[in-house]
Design a protein around this ligand. Structure first.
Ligand SMILES: Cc1cc2nc3c(=O)[nH]c(=O)nc-3n(C[C@H](O)[C@H](O)[C@H](O)COP(=O)(O)O)c2cc1C
Length: 220
């Protein structure tokens, strides 16, 4: 697949077919994505691939925590968006709810959608990306590069992905199931599987700001 075509066609996939993703395919994708650049070639990424019973355990534990009213939070926090960032966040929510036919005041359906996220969109597999805590925030840029590279490489195998925080928002639960130690900070999770083309939210084309508003040309 042409690189421009891959970049343009990648989008968040939030509905999957149940078919498992063969381990050798995930292995190939991770090998390829490991060609991503990193500061001083430090390659701070550590991958934990979770599927089958282990992933089902994670889904169940996440839902239990959420249902018990525990507050989700990540090892590497983001969010608390304001101004234009909040506006974009809200616009995405409106887009998703519209295409999933979820009314603003329909608490039950909204909660069901949130739970689907905490069930890692019922994907057959997920990749958790973590790094040694000694690296601190410095590693985040490198982890972002490898994350997008995984998402792009997956397309060549007919796979869809969603880069997502929700799956790892109860870090203790993830640690217990996967054995990821406290000394590793989990940054992000990527759900991966064969896209269900009939799932409405898979057809969202998320908006992008015009270059006019975020690009400065100097001497051009
Ligand atoms: C760091 C990061 C965290 C994200 N977390 C979530 C998440 O928890 N749930 C979700 O549904 N999407 C999540 N996303 C996906 C974004 O919502 C999505 O990338 C964005 O809306 C742009 O849409 P696109 O991926 O379809 O181009 C996350 C993306 C990134 C990069």
């Amino acid at each position: 697949m042409d690189v421009i075509e891959a970049i343009k066609s990648r989008k968040s996939i939030r509905g999957y077919k149940p078919d498992p993703v063969p381990r050798n395919i995930i292995e190939e994708i991770l090998e390829i994505a490991s060609r991503a650049p990193s500061s001083m070639n430090t390659q701070p990424w550590e991958f934990t691939v979770i599927a089958g019973e282990a992933l089902d355990k994670l889904r169940k534990a996440n839902i239990e925590k959420l249902s018990a009213g525990e507050t989700p939070g990540m090892d590497v926090q983001r969010g608390g968006y304001q101004g234009v960032y909040r506006e974009r966040q809200v616009a995405l929510g409106i887009q998703i709810f519209q295409c999933m036919d979820i009314a603003r005041e329909d608490r039950e359906k909204r909660m069901a959608w949130t739970m689907k996220g905490f069930r890692l969109f019922d994907a057959p597999a997920a990749i958790i990306i973590s790094s040694d805590e000694s690296l601190g925030e410095g590693a985040q840029f490198d982890l972002g590069a490898v994350t997008q590279t995984i998402a792009l490489a997956a397309l060549s195998y007919g796979l869809g992905t969603c880069i997502m925080g929700q799956g790892i928002m109860f870090p203790n639960v993830v640690r217990k199931i996967t054995g990821i130690p406290e000394s590793k900070a989990m940054s992000i999770c990527i759900t991966i599987g064969y896209p269900d083309d009939d799932f409405p939210a898979n057809n969202i084309n998320s908006e992008r700001e015009s270059l006019e508003n975020n690009t400065t040309w100097c001497g051009v």
